[in-house]
Design a protein around this ligand. Structure first.
Ligand SMILES: [Zn+2]
Length: 604
């Protein structure tokens, strides 16, 4: 009985604190740190951080205190967001929010299991934080930090930068011994298994422990919540490896973290562009010269998660490296990821022999800005580079196809694979079947490709044909028609395929939708597009006419889309009612009312 009473009492205070925090925490601020949100009525919308998309279907409802994605269905409150996005565990999210709200959260307000869970990760962050402070002290130490200070000075890293990025140094074992850091952290009461887990200390075979990082400049790698998740270390002198990172741990996933993002995220968001470089020093030196929308992956190629994270801050990534570097290979591997992540990517090449660090020191910030201006779309860049390397002989084309095939295989999404195949086969002038079958090109002409199975563009129903003809002639109005519900309204496979190609053409080569023709491999469709473009259409390419035609089509699309959306929302309302999800239900009803109001507004 008493246990039960006690149990109830504990869980009540527990629920109470959770409720208080949920009611106080600002979900818009928490989400807004990693997703760019725009106000839309009483909600905010943005690109979903949980799936790849080009147009926002992710919403935050400040009144209801929840987020919901109409694209992938992710849904939850502010706790769920921290847990899903920052991969916190519940007690950690609770503590994080309590701190933000200025609420004193005592550990006794947590259950025993939650306390243990909280400690498990917190102790790892604590170890890294204390190590950061010690590395900073080593760097300032007159004797132990001398070499490191000299090195930083030589590379042009001033005291302000050292301070801002919390740089430190791991001393030379000849001077300080092999376990100076481990000893000091143990003396501060940190358990050895935590030090091992974050990779600061390594067990010796004959017993005892030594420091993993020695004779290195130390870069704390800070996650998006501002905590030190790991370290990168650059050797002082000639030892190997030159760069070394902490091993992965429960608080460090190198496929997600980008060096510099936490410090530079405001600048990146302001400019809508992220500059991606290879090394930590590149990041620092560019920042010294006032270019601070820059990040570096940690010695790995960009991952899907990196791109999705950047997507919350920038529309475009510019990869900056020199033509001979490993960066080129990494850039090739990132092509399918950028395509799948729906993010624009460009490449800016440095003169041979330069890295961003040496270049900005020699030529200054304006020269870097000029390079960024000249940056070229990644897919184009990669292709031209292959042609330069292998040439366009039969043997060269076979090699190029082999390299591209690897890229295409890596692309996660079948749509992206098809797009890349079509794009590259067109550019190389080889049938797309060579990409998929791995057949070698021979001097004899290949067998003709099979015809498409669905009726082509020329035989679309009247309204859909009108839309497609219009888009071929006036691709600049594509965004307007999309806005009006284009993708929702078109139903014929040929029209749907055409619009998705147009969307992809706009995504790969922004502002150059005429490249669409490059992507259409089907002869009949190409012929149709060419015929419309060369004046077979009844509407002349006059701007005025284009606009009035657009307005008419927008009206038509809008009314069809409205009918369908209304039906769709009604269906979702029925479902939400069925499963008793009141939060979602309220949101849907609000959406429905909003739609009806808008419609009334339009028709007046
Ligand atoms: Zn989503």
């Amino acid at each position: 009985m008493s246990v039960q009473v006690k149990g109830v009492a504990v869980s009540t205070s527990h629920d109470h604190i959770k409720r208080t925090i949920k009611e106080t925490a600002d979900i818009v601020q928490v989400v807004g740190e990693v997703v760019e949100l725009k106000r839309a009525g009483n909600r905010l919308t943005g690109l979903c951080p949980f799936h790849s998309e080009k147009t926002p279907s992710f919403t935050v409802n400040p009144q209801g205190r929840f987020f919901h994605c109409f694209g992938c269905g992710e849904h939850g409150d502010v706790f769920d967001f921290l847990m899903k996005y920052h991969r916190m565990e519940f007690p950690e999210a609770l503590k994080n929010l309590a701190q933000r709200c200025g609420i004193d959260l005592e550990e006794r307000q947590l259950t025993e299991a939650e306390r243990l869970q909280l400690r498990r990760r917190e102790i790892l962050f604590e170890a890294n934080e204390m190590a950061t402070v010690l590395y900073q002290e080593f760097l300032r130490h007159p004797r132990l930090g001398k070499l490191a200070r000299k090195y930083l000075e030589q590379r042009g890293v001033d005291a302000g930068v050292v301070e801002r990025y919390r740089l430190g140094s791991a001393p030379d074992p000849e001077q300080a011994g092999w376990h100076v850091l481990t000893d000091q952290l143990l003396a501060k009461g940190l358990p050895i298994d935590a030090l091992q887990q974050v990779g600061l200390s390594v067990a010796k075979e004959q017993g005892g422990f030594y420091d993993r990082f020695r004779s290195r400049i130390m870069f704390p790698l800070v996650d998006l919540t501002g905590r030190v998740a790991a370290f990168g270390g650059r050797i002082l002198g000639e030892g190997k490896p030159k760069y070394m990172n902490s091993p992965e741990s429960p608080v460090f996933d190198k496929g997600r973290l980008l060096f510099g993002l936490r410090q530079h995220r405001d600048s990146i968001r302001k400019q809508r562009k992220a500059l991606v470089v290879e090394g930590n020093f590149d990041v620092l030196l560019l920042a010294v010269h006032g270019i601070d929308n820059v990040v570096a992956p940690l010695g790995t190629a960009l991952s899907r998660h990196h791109i999705q994270t950047l997507r919350g801050y920038a529309d475009e990534a510019i990869l900056l490296f020199d033509a001979d570097s490993a960066g080129l290979k990494a850039a090739m591997r990132s092509i399918p990821l950028f395509l799948a992540g729906q993010m624009e990517a460009k490449v800016a090449l440095l003169p041979t022999g330069h890295d961003p660090d040496s270049f900005v020191r020699a030529e200054g910030a304006a020269a870097v800005a000029a390079l960024m201006e000249q940056a070229r779309p990644l897919a184009e860049f990669a292709f031209d580079n292959l042609v330069r390397t292998h040439g366009l002989t039969l043997a060269g084309k076979n090699k190029i196809v082999a390299v591209l095939n690897e890229l295409i295989r890596d692309a996660a999404d079948p749509g992206q694979r098809a797009l890349m195949t079509a794009h590259f086969s067109e550019k190389l002038g080889v049938p797309s079947s060579y990409f998929t079958t791995g057949r070698q090109l021979t001097a004899r002409p290949a067998a003709p490709e099979t015809a498409p199975e669905s009726p082509g563009l020329a035989r679309l129903p009247r309204r859909e044909k009108q839309v497609i003809d219009f888009l071929i002639l006036y691709p600049e109005h594509f965004a307007d028609l999309r806005e009006a519900g284009l993708e929702q309204v078109l139903q014929e496979p040929a029209a749907v395929r055409f619009v998705s190609r147009l969307a992809q053409a706009t995504a790969i080569l922004p502002g150059r939708p005429e490249q669409l023709l490059d992507m259409i491999t089907d002869e009949e469709e190409r012929a149709y597009v060419v015929q419309i473009l060369t004046g077979g259409s009844p509407h002349d390419a006059e701007q005025e006419e284009g606009r009035s035609m657009r307005d008419e089509l927008v009206r038509w699309l809008g009314s069809v889309a409205h009918r369908r959306t209304a039906a769709n929302i009604q269906e979702q309302i029925n479902r939400a009612e069925g499963i008793g999800n009141t939060g979602l239900l309220m949101e849907l009803i609000r959406r429905k009312q909003e739609m009806e109001q808008k419609k009334r507004g339009n028709s007046i």
